[in-house]
Design a protein around this ligand. Structure first.
Ligand code: NAD
Length: 468
């Protein structure tokens, strides 16, 4: 059994109970982490509180140096960390390395530079000098789908701002968070500045959200759990940041390059086996091009062979857990019942072992169907027809979510005009690639606040006005 990382040391949990970590490709238990307790959270928060004043007062250049050293060490250990992520998440090793490990190293570097440049001054307003100060102790609660990226998106800006942190990673894929704790330990982050308490959401997560010593809770996960965290945090008037679910729409306008739009749309829907909050899980296509789009999508799906993370040629891994596969299978069955037309994939198990789901596409999906409204979080793409642009926009905006999306058109101006009407935090125009410096976050029930880049940094700062 692993330990918790509290006040600069690896210590056993007070619970003695563990959570098995399962390799989703083999279904074998590969590790065991502590099921932490509220008492463990108490100790972590006490350590973070005790460390706060000194860390907040540490010169920005010194904070920057520690973050930059962490980025360097993470890169040095990248192959090992990627193997860990490939094993507990199931992501193909090449993706585990490039997206899941080296991506977060870049984010750490960005926030090292941000820390360096941050002087805590926000300028003058009349007779006031405005300061930007760290918000305090930050509780961070993260999901399994990008198990290092989601952690680093919160922890790096929080530390750069001068906050101290208590992290609860997902109990499903927590091993990358352990690697990060080890990196921070090795580069000499002072004790108490970063603390890790593994465990279940209802126990450790809720203890963090309710703890009066936690000044801010930054949560990424489902809308269901985010709502609960927000309600609990309200009792002690914490600052709350929520990065929640999505059901993003990929609108293909009639003048778009259909082939490019469909190919990129399928790739986006299936990346990380569809377990991405910002996945374009609905493709909205004009009726005149609908049949051709479905044909192209099915042909593209065939280019995504399934396999274990270390299998040569596999582009999609398993889903993270049996629960996740069962959930996705239930949605596929639901799509059938609702009368949508399965054009590829389905619920057949492709291999005797592993939580795999074939890349699946539904055509004939109507707005309002459950598979069109709810986040499935698996490799399932719904293709929805429209007649007029108005209708495409209404379909795109017609869910409780608003995280991401895409618009394709031969006219960039027309695409931007449609993008401006989407109630969503990000829109890719003609396949514009993900920008890790741009603000990321949701409208509506996809969340509160923004992560990444300078906007993500500002979330961890309080404003103070000094009047003269
Ligand atoms: P989840 O909500 O089940 O769990 C997320 C985290 O919250 C885990 O650490 C879990 O232990 C904890 N948790 C669960 N219940 C809790 C409670 N009552 N109180 C406190 N903490 C609790 O989500 P998941 O299955 O791990 O991840 C998938 C979800 O995350 C999807 O809905 C996805 O869209 C969302 N997500 C959003 C973003 C984003 O940036 N918007 C990014 C990645 C994932």
């Amino acid at each position: 059994m692993r330990h918790l990382y509290l006040n600069g040391a690896w210590v056993p949990s007070t619970s003695g109970e563990g959570i098995d970590i399962v390799d989703p490709a083999t279904e074998e238990i590969v590790d065991r982490v502590p099921a932490g307790t509220p008492t463990d959270v108490e100790a972590a928060v006490a350590a973070a509180q005790a460390a706060f004043a000194a860390w907040a007062a540490t010169p920005p250049a010194d904070r920057a140096e520690i973050l930059a050293a962490a980025a360097r060490l993470l890169r040095d250990r990248a192959e090992r960390v990627a193997r860990v992520i490939a094993t507990d998440l199931g992501a193909p090793y090449a993706k585990a390395l490039k997206i899941h490990t080296l991506g977060p190293a870049d984010v750490l570097d960005f926030y090292a530079r941000t820390a360096q440049a941050h002087d805590g001054e926000a300028g003058r307003v009349g007779n006031s000098r405005v300061l930007k100060e760290p918000v305090g102790v930050v509780g961070t609660i993260t999901p399994w789908n990008y198990p290092l990226h989601q952690v680093v998106c919160k922890v790096a800006p929080a530390l750069a701002a001068g906050c101290t942190v208590v992290l609860k990673p997902s109990e499903v894929a927590p091993l990358a968070a352990y690697e990060l704790a080890d990196v921070f330990d090795a580069v000499g982050l002072p004790p108490g500045v970063f603390n890790l308490v593994s465990g279940r959401g209802e126990v450790v997560g809720e203890a963090i959200a309710t703890h009066p010593g936690v000044d801010m809770v930054s949560f990424t996960g489902s809308t269901r759990a985010g709502r609960r965290v927000g309600a609990l945090a309200a009792e002690t008037v914490k600052r709350v940041a929520l990065e929640l679910g999505g059901k993003s729409a990929n609108i293909v306008l009639p003048d778009a390059d259909l082939k490019a739009a469909v190919k990129a749309g399928v790739a986006n829907a299936f990346v990380n086996s569809g377990q991405s909050c910002s996945a374009w899980s609905r493709m909205i296509v004009h009726r005149d091009q609908y049949d051709e789009a479905v044909r192209l999508a099915v042909a593209t799906a065939a280019e995504y062979p399934l396999g274990g993370p270390f299998d040569e040629g596999a582009r999609l891994g398993p889903l993270v857990s049996k629960e996740q596969r069962d959930r996705v299978v239930r949605y596929i069955n639901r799509g059938h019942e609702e009368g949508a037309r399965l054009v590829c994939g389905g619920t057949e198990r492709p291999f005797p072992k592993g939580f795999f789901v074939e890349p699946t596409i539904f055509a004939g999906v109507a707005p309002g169907m459950v598979i069109e409204q709810e986040e499935i979080f698996g490799p399932v793409l719904c293709i929805v027809p429209y007649l007029r642009e108005e209708e495409a926009v209404a379909i795109a905006n017609g869910t409780p979510y608003g995280l991401a999306g895409a618009v394709w058109s031969a006219s960039e101006e027309r695409a931007v005009a449609v993008a401006r009407r989407l109630r969503t935090g990000q829109v890719a125009i003609n396949g514009g690639r993900f920008n890790p410096l741009a603000p990321f976050g949701g409208y509506k029930q996809s969340g509160l606040g923004r992560e990444l880049g300078d906007y993500g940094f500002q979330e961890f700062l309080e404003l103070k006005s000094l009047q003269f």
